[in-house]
Design a protein around this ligand. Structure first.
Ligand code: PRP
Length: 222
């Protein structure tokens, strides 16, 4: 049996908002994905363009896949990109999707302003250790960082930490856990990232996708 030819381009996406909000951009390029990742367990999904396949990876792994050529392109949040460091990645476009913010949140009965003013040492739980370290260092606040991989909201409720640094979108998760947002660190949106070697070797199809995405993003801003 003849082996099927591998599609020329591989795009790394993570399930959830990034996947959902990338679909309309692909559609603008005349491309539709052939499976719903919420229904299928497949990790490689074909598209209506035989030259493009999508691989589903964890959000924090997208930059790594693209850096080492496991995927030619990927869509990743600015938060994830900062934590990764961006080595080996060409970052041509802010796609303005999956918008949210990185913020500091505490229990509603915790006096954050006084703690910071008095120069207390704050215990901060977060998945975003790099962002948190830089933010508090710039403020001159001493922190002990506790690395977590999810459910950050639980940390102040259980006494694991005084504060968390986490993504906030609607604010519903904070509210449901009696936490309040006390500082907004940065606004986040998702970026297109491209493997630098792929950009040279597969210039035409990659440039084409970048151009269509760029035009679609620009049209949405007007
Ligand atoms: C993110 C974040 C918050 C939530 C915020 O979690 O960590 O928990 O979304 O959204 P909201 O302000 O609209 O309530 P996500 O669902 O991405 O999963 P994670 O815990 O794996 O980061």
């Amino acid at each position: 049996m003849k082996a099927q030819a591998k599609p020329a381009l591989t795009l790394a996406l993570s399930k959830g908002r990034i996947f959902d909000e990338t679909l309309p951009l692909l559609k603008a390029a005349g491309i539709e994905v052939l499976e719903d990742p919420e229904k299928s367990r497949k990790l490689i999904i074909g598209t209506t363009n035989p030259e493009l396949q999508v691989v589903l990876v964890r959000a924090s792994d997208v930059p790594t896949y693209v850096q080492y050529g496991g995927a030619d392109l990927g869509v990743t949040g600015k938060d994830t990109l900062i934590e990764h460091g961006g080595q080996g990645l060409y970052q041509p476009l802010d796609l303005q999707i999956a918008r949210c913010r990185v913020s500091v949140a505490v229990r509603s009965d915790f006096d954050y302003a006084s703690a910071v003013r008095q120069g207390s040492r704050l215990k901060v739980a977060t998945k975003y250790v790099g962002i948190a370290r830089d933010f508090f260092a710039a403020k001159g606040v001493h922190v002990d960082l506790i690395k977590l991989y999810g459910s950050m909201e639980l940390a102040p409720l259980t006494g694991l930490a005084d504060a968390i640094v986490d993504l906030v979108s609607t604010g519903n998760t904070l509210k449901a856990n009696h936490l309040v947002e006390v500082e907004r660190i940065m606004d986040i949106s998702s970026r297109l990232v491209v493997n630098q070697a792929a950009l040279k070797l597969k210039q035409d199809p990659i440039r084409h996708l970048i151009d269509v995405f760029a035009r679609t993003v620009a049209a949405r801003q007007t």
